[in-house]
Design a protein around this ligand. Structure first.
Ligand code: GRF
Length: 202
């Protein structure tokens, strides 16, 4: 059975595009049952429409508060019945209640080697800090920011003349590989959590 995936995004959607490409190429055995954007103008939701996926704009500005917005997202997700929810540049914090509905079933990608540099502008944080290696992390989402158990990481060398932008561009290449890798692992079956450690059964 293909993995049922829902994708949540807010922006350009290059990670979503990488997931789509992997499905089209037959690398990832999955079907995308919903793409949800909180921003009407997100290029990613336009791509979703072009590629024929069920595309939903759920604009947070149209709701009274976070709970009301999340309630609508949860309603659409319930109908889409995903095995996993992939956050792909989704710029909204999820409440603890939301996360509790899908324990270890929400996946995020973050552009640093967590637990270093959580939060916004991770690539600029890394460049400014002077680390020599950074990268990206695919992790389960828990109730804390960029903190859940780690599925896949990929490293990138930080060069002396890197800015946040130049580093972000090189990390993004690895993000696309890492996200597909993590979803392929999840699609192949079972995993166990030993504390924070994610173990895939061979
Ligand atoms: C990526 O850098 C991702 O790590 C971060 O948001 C960005 C989304 O980019 N969470 P895209 O919309 O997938 O191109």
């Amino acid at each position: 059975m293909p993995l049922r995936l829902a994708v949540l995004l807010s922006g350009r959607g290059s990670n979503f595009a990488a997931i789509h490409d992997a499905i089209v190429r037959g690398v990832l055995d999955a079907s995308i049952t919903a793409v949800i954007s909180n921003r009407p103008s997100a290029p990613g939701i336009e791509r979703a429409r072009e590629w024929g996926y069920p595309a939903h704009v759920i604009d947070h500005k149209q709701f009274a508060d976070r709970a009301a917005h999340e309630g609508e997202v949860l309603r659409v997700l319930a109908a889409a019945d995903p095995d996993f929810i992939a956050l792909a540049g989704y710029m909204r914090l999820l409440s603890a209640d939301f996360v509790a509905r899908y324990p270890h079933r929400i996946v995020n990608i973050h552009p640093s080697l967590l637990p270093s540099f959580p939060g916004v502008d991770a690539q600029a944080q890394a460049a400014a800090h002077g680390v020599k290696v950074s990268g990206c992390t695919v992790h389960f989402v828990d109730e804390n920011l960029d903190a859940g158990p780690i599925l896949v990481q990929r490293a990138v060398e930080v060069r002396g003349d890197d800015t946040g932008e130049t580093l972000a561009a090189r990390i993004l290449v690895e993000e696309h590989i890492a996200y597909v890798d993590a979803l392929v692992k999840l699609s192949r079956g079972r995993f166990r959590l030993e504390g924070r450690r994610v173990r895939f059964d061979e």
